[in-house]
Design a protein around this ligand. Structure first.
Ligand code: PLP
Length: 369
């Protein structure tokens, strides 16, 4: 089996798994309890928060553990939009966790505006200058797109938001652990992340909330996470998330070089064989992400034939795999219909090797060639 769908989820890091085991066996105390049996869990949460904060140049008090990207995104949109009030500006290519949360806050005096992107899937800052104004309370633009990997001009967009006294949130689920992030340098107020996209466990993530931003909790309940995210902490998953992130960041440049080599193997072979295809996304996209559109083909058919050969790829985002229509992202970049329907996403991760890339492209050519 060749797994090339790392934008959907990733294999768990071995060190992360080892670090989680004690908290799923003997160290099962509730971190909120005052007795000494819970002190190991308390320390584990403290250490994990510190590691994660260092990975994005934040302070530990600015990191809040959540159940993953979807929860962080809902929190940011539904509660972030209430901080200053006013309208929400987002982009046309956001994940459905953002798009559907935006749908839910729209109306009742809140208007949601959608920034267009260029053919490479990058938000047009000139449109942002036009759309973000004194009526805007929250701007939310993803750091990297989950379908085509395009990296967005976050720093510039945050400046435009702040110049209009609006908050800036970024859904960095596809970016954390894959590209360098400095929340201070990038001027970010709120940031969403999810562990299973960077070789951590599923069902755990975090939100960065810049110090001084008074966001309301999304979940009501106990006083965990300084009263901002109720619910007994999943200590094992939090520990695993921190170790996975630390390891991914330590190897970031090596992994990037490795993944760029794998990308090159695939696209060069397709070009050598004169296959009629388009490579989507911008040049500086998320390492390992290859969104390809083949002329007069069906992405769905390619996916199933690859599956029969033991190769996992995707037609778009994992969450859209039941919806066989052309995705909103492919529509937004304006691909011609004869290519749009033949779109697939190959996403290599750090456990893939050159043989995977060679076998994958050979299989692909046998279908589209
Ligand atoms: N945002 C983006 C950009 C994603 O790619 C995903 C997952 O595919 C999510 C949010 C949702 O994250 P989670 O699976 O942790 O809920």
């Amino acid at each position: 089996m060749i797994y090339a769908d790392n934008a959907a989820t990733t294999q768990l890091d071995k060190d992360a798994f080892d670090a989680m085991i004690p908290f799923m066996t003997k160290e099962y105390g509730n971190a909120s309890q005052p007795y000494s049996f819970a002190s190991i869990e308390k320390k584990a949460l403290r250490d994990a928060r510190k590691i994660i904060a260092e990975c994005i140049n934040a302070s530990p008090e600015e990191i809040f553990f959540t159940s993953g990207g979807t929860e962080s995104d809902n929190w940011a949109i539904k509660k972030g939009s209430q901080i200053y009030g006013g309208d929400v500006v987002t982009s046309q290519i956001e994940h459905h966790a953002i798009l559907n949360a935006c749908k839910s806050v729209s109306g009742d005096g809140v208007t949601v505006k959608y920034l267009p992107v260029d053919v490479t899937g990058v938000v047009k800052t000139i449109e942002a200058e036009r759309m973000i104004d004194e009526n805007t309370g929250l701007v939310s633009v993803m750091m990297a797109n989950n379908e085509i990997g395009s990296i967005q001009p976050i720093k510039e967009l945050a400046i435009i938001a702040h110049n209009n006294n609006a908050l800036f949130h970024t859904d960095a689920v596809q970016a954390v652990g894959h590209i360098p992030i400095d929340v201070k340098e990038m001027n970010i107020d709120l940031l969403s992340a999810s562990a299973h996209k960077f070789n951590g466990p599923k069902g755990i993530g975090f939100m960065y909330v810049k110090r001084g931003i008074s966001i309301q909790p999304y979940m009501d309940g106990g006083s965990q996470e300084s009263g901002l995210r109720a619910g007994t902490e999943n200590v094992a998953a939090i520990v695993g998330m921190a170790i996975a992130l630390k390891n991914n960041i330590a190897d970031m440049q090596t992994t990037k070089d490795h993944l760029r080599r794998l990308e090159k193997i695939v696209v060069e072979k397709l070009s050598d064989r004169k296959i009629d295809y388009l490579l989507n996304g911008n040049k500086e996209k998320i390492p390992g992400n290859i969104s390809l559109s083949f002329r007069d083909c069906e992405g769905e058919v390619i996916l199933h034939r690859m599956d029969l050969m033991g190769i996992c790829i995707s037609t778009g985002s994992a969450c859209d795999s039941v919806n066989t229509q052309v995705s909103h992202v492919i529509k937004a970049i304006g691909l011609p219909m004869d290519y749009a329907e033949g779109t697939i996403r190959v996403s290599f991760g750090r456990y893939n090797d050159e043989n995977d890339a060679k076998t994958l492209v050979k299989a692909l050519i046998s279908i589209v060639g």
